[in-house]
Design a protein around this ligand. Structure first.
Ligand code: MOS
Length: 739
């Protein structure tokens, strides 16, 4: 192995592919199995403690006071009436820096003298602390805020000229190769269309919540986060503290979808208030506050240009995105991120520009970039297929690049063609009628649509500790989170497989910054990164066990709690003495940059569109995915299904609406912001195409959390076109746009 082992840490930098994974030789047969979540029973029985459910002596309740203007200058905050109410402890408003920058994971500006300029409607400007939640909420309404209103930039309509060019981030902001204009002139067939997508909200089931407790100068937060190690740095930075003095605990997280990557307003307010009053403060954001004052996915306007030969082969691709954010913010929705590598073409232009607007901070939401970028790109590919008279699956077959066309480097592994085959076959795509409106069942028009899916694979530095107890049990410790994805289970499975233990002999402890820092749950890198750190820790333990058995690792078999070498089988408990502990540390290296790494897939669906009302029902769904080694077939499938449901929402219902006159978010709850419910979702078939990606990590597994949503919505809208002959380019495709 290319890893290096010290007495306590096994480290690996991905400088070369891992062609021989230990997991190909282990015999416990627990990894990959569709096992139930090990945290399932405590969750469904209500025993799992979420951020707002920890008990403290002397607990107080915080409630955020929001700005009632979309833009303006605060002249004064009068808390006299609120403070006079029985049960009110304090009103704190000397914070600011976190409100805008912190949620993006960027630099924060540190605490200041309070909010002076209101940047968006609903911006938190103070926190009321009281003996009960109800008193705090009541008092918050009685805090008088004197504001000089300003004429804000609330609308994005017609403001292309005011966009600014941001710096590169997760994707290049602006990238051009060849000459797209010339390619458009030279091509046999071209397409030039614009698509719009609205603002969206992650709408995680658990709202953002934090309980802050001080012990002298040390702060403990029970919160709801995706990436504890970086959240700790952000919070410490915002509060002007040493990160060592900040502990964050997030044992269970009720969904994040990007909105909990960074810290949100409630935690800084709770921390400062708790410090000031000398008692723990719990602050749970209300659903409207989550919608108004955490992060939104930006609205986008995307111009797609495709230049193809008569054979359908692309020679040029343009993908120019306009999105929005608060003035001065650099985060852009990287809608063109997949356009860099999905299809061939020598002439390419991918740009992102930001229109400054007085609306909630925009940030990452599940599959930042691909989720809405592929709504446009894959819709455009469907339009191109029709212009060419080529089947949409065949068009994608003809556009398989030999290498990454933007970076001119090889793909690590790319099984898009296999996913096209597997999905088309199971769906019965060859039965499709390509003529729009040709399939009908009474007043229901029937359509079939498909789209490709891809999501970049990323490796992040991650650490974990695995211990073997004198009883022969394993304990896994890392500050990785489980945001509902199955991290507890798959990390336990990796340790069990590597150490030859039944899964119930492994205790998995996550979500506490007292444990070694992990990559966190973001960007679909959680399983690959934190799983690899556990693999490495176990690799070190295997070497120690081999030594204890007087053999070398290659001759050691671990199974059912026993170490087997030659004709000897010894229980682990007899080998570990007072216990063994090993840390594992993974980090990206040369290999991570030398190849183009992504997971791939395809979506196929059938919709029924009511010819009288325009109502759309998604009737049937098949997706095929290739994401390297699948660590747990059940939790992986659930990730894919969840993503597809998200995709159906983005196609048909999800739209966060801001009033163009005031900047106020007008659909701030789940009654008005429509996510799909069970009745909106058909049975979904998910096929996994066998794959190992030796360049990804020692697990040879790639990210899956954001693969399902990527492209899914375009399959729906392409099916709607096939059903109706109506090509709607403004998402979501509500029925008014179809009639
Ligand atoms: Mo994801 S938007 O990186 O949680």
């Amino acid at each position: 192995m290319s890893s290096t082992t010290s007495a306590t840490t096994t480290s690996l930098t991905m400088d070369k592919p891992i062609k021989d994974s230990i997991l190909d030789h282990t015999v416990q047969e627990v990894l990959g199995k569709p096992l139930d979540r090990i945290d399932g029973p405590v969750k469904v029985s209500g025993a799992a403690t979420y951020a707002a459910e920890f008990a403290f002596d002397d607990l107080t309740y915080g409630y955020l006071v929001r700005a009632d203007y979309g833009a303006g200058t605060i002249e004064a905050i009068d808390a006299t009436e609120a403070l006079a109410m029985p049960g009110v402890i304090d009103v704190v408003h000397d914070f600011e820096g976190f409100i805008r920058n912190a949620a993006q994971g960027g630099e924060t500006e540190g605490p200041t003298q309070g909010v002076q300029e209101i940047a968006y409607f609903g911006q938190p400007i103070a926190i009321v602390v009281a003996e009960s939640y109800e008193i705090a909420r009541d008092a918050a309404l009685r805090v008088r805020v004197q504001v000089i209103p300003k004429l804000g930039d609330f609308s994005v309509e017609g403001r292309q000229g005011e966009a600014f060019k941001p710096a590169d981030a997760s994707a290049p902001a602006h990238a051009a190769t060849g000459d797209l204009e010339q390619a458009m002139l030279d091509a046999d067939v071209t397409l030039d269309q614009s698509y719009t997508t609205p603002s969206q909200n992650s709408a995680a089931m658990e709202p953002h919540a934090s309980t802050a407790q001080w012990d002298g100068d040390r702060l403990t937060i029970h919160g709801s986060y995706q990436m504890l190690a970086s959240d700790r740095l952000q919070l410490a930075d915002t509060l002007g503290m040493d990160p060592k003095d900040v502990r964050i605990v997030a044992l269970y997280v009720g969904g994040g979808f990007g909105s909990k990557l960074g810290i949100a307003p409630e935690v800084v307010a709770a921390a400062l208030a708790a410090k000031k009053i000398g008692r723990p403060v719990k602050t749970v954001m209300t659903r409207p506050q989550v919608f108004e004052a955490t992060v939104r996915r930006s609205n986008t306007s995307q111009r797609i240009r495709l230049a193809a030969g008569a054979d359908g082969r692309l020679i040029g691709i343009g993908h120019e995105t306009l999105c929005s954010n608060l003035d001065g913010e650099e985060y852009f929705e990287p809608a063109g991120i997949a356009t860099h590598f999905l299809y061939p073409g020598d002439h390419r232009l991918v740009t992102h520009d930001i229109i400054p607007v007085n609306r909630t901070l925009s940030g990452s939401m599940r599959a930042p970039g691909e989720a809405v970028g592929m709504l446009a790109l894959e819709n455009a590919m469907d339009e191109l297929a029709e212009k060419l008279g080529i089947d949409p699956v065949e068009l994608r077959r003809r556009n398989e690049p030999a290498q990454d066309p933007s970076k001119a480097i090889p793909y690590s592994s790319r099984k898009l063609q296999d996913c096209l085959d597997a999905g088309a076959k199971s769906f019965g795509w060859d039965q499709r009628n390509a003529t729009p409106g040709a399939m009908r069942d009474g007043e229901w028009l029937i359509g079939h649509g498909m789209a490709a899916s891809t999501r970049s694979n990323i490796l992040k530095p991650s650490r974990a500790r695995v211990s073997l107890t004198p009883e022969g049990r394993a304990i896994v410790e890392t500050d990785q989170t489980d945001i509902g994805t199955g991290s507890y289970t798959i990390l336990g499975q990796i340790a069990a497989e590597m150490l030859g233990l039944p899964l119930d002999q492994v205790d998995v402890k996550l979500g506490d910054t007292d444990f070694p820092p992990a990559a966190g749950s973001g960007g679909s890198w959680g399983a690959g990164s934190s799983g690899s750190s556990i693999y490495l820790a176990c690799e070190g333990l295997r070497a120690k066990l081999a030594r204890a058995m007087d053999t070398h690792e290659g001759s050691l078999t671990l199974k059912d709690g026993r170490a087997i070498a030659g004709n000897r089988a010894v229980p682990l408990a007899d080998l570990v003495g007072e216990g063994l502990a090993q840390e594992g540390a993974i980090e990206p290296g040369e290999t991570s940059e030398a190849v183009s790494q992504a997971s791939y897939g395809t979506h196929f669906c059938e919709v029924r569109v009511n010819a009288v009302t325009g109502e759309v029902r998604v009737a049937r769904w098949v997706s095929a995915f290739a994401a390297g080694r699948i660590l747990n077939e059940k939790t992986a499938r659930s990730q894919c299904i969840g993503g597809i449901v998200f995709g159906i929402g983005s196609a048909l219902t999800e739209e966060l609406i801001h009033d163009d006159r005031t900047g106020k978010c007008v659909n701030r709850d789940l009654g008005e912001y429509h996510v799909p419910v069970h009745a909106d979702v058909p049975p979904i078939e998910v096929i996994f195409v066998e794959e190992r990606d030796v360049s990804a990590n020692p697990l040879q597994a790639k990210g899956i959390g954001e693969l399902g949503i990527s492209g899914a919505g375009a399959a729906v809208t392409n099916a709607i076109y096939n059903a109706t002959g109506v090509r709607v380019r403004s998402y979501p495709m509500t029925c008014d746009k179809l009639l």
